[in-house]
Ligand binder design. Structure first.
Ligand code: NI
Length: 136
């Protein structure tokens, strides 16, 4: 078994109050138990999100369609990764703004990489990737 280390955390009092409420509602015996579990959950999630596991995901993009380079760039990047991209749905939200939902499937690290490239394009107003394991 690992040795137990202690560390000090500085935190705003209102955030601590909310955390204590969370600990109470989730019936954690101590704050340490709750922090341990949250760290463990987050690190586990991060490991598979960025690893080689087969995952599926949706990437939601909101962008200004008046930028011609952006539209071309989004299309090109999707055509360069047809093995990852399952489907794309485009909605013309307003006169100026488009919503695109891209469904992806493949290794987690490639999926993250392509999503980051798409999200990072100039003119993207919002970009959010949601990833799930393809197998349970
Ligand atoms: Ni549109």
């Amino acid at each position: 078994m690992s040795n137990i280390a202690r560390f000090t955390v500085s935190i705003e009092d209102d955030l601590l109050e909310r955390f204590d409420q969370y600990c109470q509602e989730e019936r954690f015996a101590t704050r340490s138990e709750a922090v341990r579990q949250l760290i463990h959950d987050r690190l586990t999630t991060r490991a598979w999100e960025t690893g080689n596991d087969e995952v599926a995901g949706t990437l939601t993009l909101v962008y200004d369609h008046h930028r011609p380079q952006l539209g071309k760039g989004l299309t090109k990047l999707q055509h360069d990764n047809t093995d990852l991209i399952v489907s794309t749905t485009h909605v013309h939200l307003t006169h100026d703004v488009c919503l695109e939902v891209i469904i992806l499937r493949g290794s987690a690290n490639r999926l993250q990489q392509v999503a980051a490239q798409l999200k990072g394009m100039k003119g993207i107003i919002k970009g959010e990737l949601v990833v799930a394991r393809a197998e349970v």
